[in-house]
Design a protein around this ligand. Structure first.
Ligand code: TZP
Ligand code: MG
Length: 215
């Protein structure tokens, strides 16, 4: 993984477009890929599928679009799926399959991302074997019901110097905070709603890429 591939990191699954069919969902994700997102994490909550085959079919279609647009393709929380399809990476939370992901030798090496939500998790993750961290929520978010309390910019600035891994911010990120986040030293932002709810997704991607230009 190149660190620049973390700059504009979309996180999304069918639940983030509740009104759309799976076919329409794929179109939305391809527009974001074509617009210049650098990484895409498939994070689903099991809604919208009739069976496992339908889920696998969806993931394979998204993976081939990610290849076409040269977007890093990451699976959230499902080690078996990530290995089965040879995803570029796997993202896990503190309570997820972290042992399996980080400690078991992988048949095919993958980028491993790990979520941290406070100073102690950030410190403990430095030697975890993770390739990058996602820190947040930085701000209040509507997109994750069980999210930890928001860190805020001041706390983020205070704890970031103890980090030595590639790192993205997540949670409640909107256009107005992008330059602050870039200046604090984050390598990028992981985003659901600013990208999935935008009326102009291409412009939203450009604003994110612009904030990291020249950093
Ligand atoms: N993990 C921490 S906050 C969050 C996740 C998956 C949700 C981010 O979504 P949004 O809409 O960008 O706040
Ligand atoms: Mg999780």
């Amino acid at each position: 993984m190149k660190i620049e591939q973390l700059q504009c990191y979309l996180v999304a699954g069918p639940q983030d477009y509740p009104e759309l069919s799976l076919t329409e969902f794929i179109v939305k994700i391809e527009v974001l890929m074509q617009s210049g997102i650098t990484a895409y994490q498939f994070r689903d909550k099991g809604t919208h599928y009739q069976n496992c085959e339908e889920r696998l079919d969806l993931v394979l279609k998204l993976q081939s679009l990610a290849k076409k647009w040269q977007v890093l393709f990451i699976i959230n929380d499902d080690v078996d799926l990530a290995q089965q399809i040879h995803a570029d990476g796997l993202h896990v939370g503190q309570g997820d399959q972290i042992q399996a992901a980080l400690k078991v030798p992988q048949a095919v090496p993958m980028v491993i991302g790990l979520s941290v939500s406070n100073a102690s998790e950030l410190a403990a993750s430095q030697d975890s074997g993770a390739d990058y961290l996602g820190i947040g929520p930085i701000f209040a978010t509507q997109s994750k019901t069980d999210a930890a309390p928001a860190l805020g910019l001041a706390k983020l600035a205070e704890i970031l110097p103890q980090n030595h891994l590639p790192i993205v911010g997540i949670g409640g990120i909107t256009e107005s905070v992008l330059s602050d986040l870039a200046e604090l030293g984050l390598n990028g932002v992981a985003i659901i709603s600013m990208l999935t709810r935008s009326d102009n997704p291409t412009e939203a991607v450009q604003k994110i890429r612009e904030a990291w230009r020249g950093i």
